[in-house]
Design a binder for this molecule. Structure first.
Ligand SMILES: [Zn+2]
Length: 258
């Protein structure tokens, strides 16, 4: 199993690691498994990280274009661009070898934007649930922009303006964001978690990771978030639309460019 540092320390952007496996992926891609990594493998609406693998012994570097879970491991997929690409290597030509010591480095600007965006979406969920009792049914994000779907029959333009102002007031309060790992039974006893469909988690999972914006929102969640809502800044609602009579979508963007 890969030691997946992002789940306990979202601010770790670099780690020294040993190559455990190198495999061929689809379309000539090279897949690298390390004993530990800071890369988030994607999931829960948050895209996977990008970044670099660096070999100090000869200065060689590889661009990681995506990462994903495979069993208990996190697989890093290397860029296969033509040789001589800006900073990139031709992935399959000369991959790292099992046993190599590498440094795994995130594209931190991108990851941090995702952490801010992800936390903003939790604040949005928390406000919409607390003030309107609307359940979230799905969501997705890119660095700096995101969308959430709600069972929210009476959503309107006026309401959306009010929601934007309320979310920004909550973010500005500087609420702490906590990560907890709870035994399954304990997590199931928290009424707030039921609305995020914690009961859909496979029975084999004995522990549940929760993200709490203290005083505002609590969800079962696998992503990466900032430690305080002040770090998000402010959001703008950039659109809303009906996806049916009941299902509505709200789009947001972080207020400052990322
Ligand atoms: Zn989250």
């Amino acid at each position: 199993m890969t030691d997946s540092i992002c789940y306990r320390d979202a601010y770790a952007r670099s780690v020294e690691a040993t190559v455990r496996a190198v495999e061929a992926g689809d379309a000539g891609a090279t897949l690298v498994v390390l004993d530990r990594t800071v890369f988030y493998p994607g999931g829960g609406g948050q895209p996977s990280d990008r970044g670099l693998l660096l070999r100090a012994s000869d200065g060689r570097r590889w661009v990681v274009r995506t990462a994903r879970k495979s069993g208990g491991d996190i697989v890093h997929e290397l860029e296969t661009g033509p040789p001589g690409d800006a900073g990139a290597s031709a992935g399959p030509v000369d991959p790292p070898a099992v046993g190599d010591r590498l440094q795994a480095d995130l594209d931190w600007a991108r990851r941090h934007a995702l952490m801010r965006t992800h936390t903003a979406l939790h604040a949005l969920c928390g406000v919409v649930w607390r003030d309107y009792g609307a359940l979230v049914t799905g969501g997705n994000m890119e660095p700096g922009t995101g969308r959430m779907d709600f069972e929210f029959e009476r959503m309107s333009g006026d309401l959306v303006d009010r929601i934007e102002a309320t979310v920004n007031a909550e973010l500005a309060q500087g609420r702490e964001v906590r990560v907890n790992v709870l035994p399954r039974e304990e997590a199931f006893a928290i009424p707030d978690l039921i609305r995020t469909k914690v009961n859909l988690l496979p029975p084999g999972i004995g522990e549940i990771r929760t993200i709490e914006i203290v005083g505002l929102d609590l969800q079962a969640d696998g992503g990466t978030h900032v430690a305080n809502t002040r770090e998000v800044g402010a959001i703008r609602v950039t659109g809303y639309e009906s996806k049916g009579r009941i299902n509505k979508r709200i789009r947001i963007a972080l207020d400052e460019p990322v």
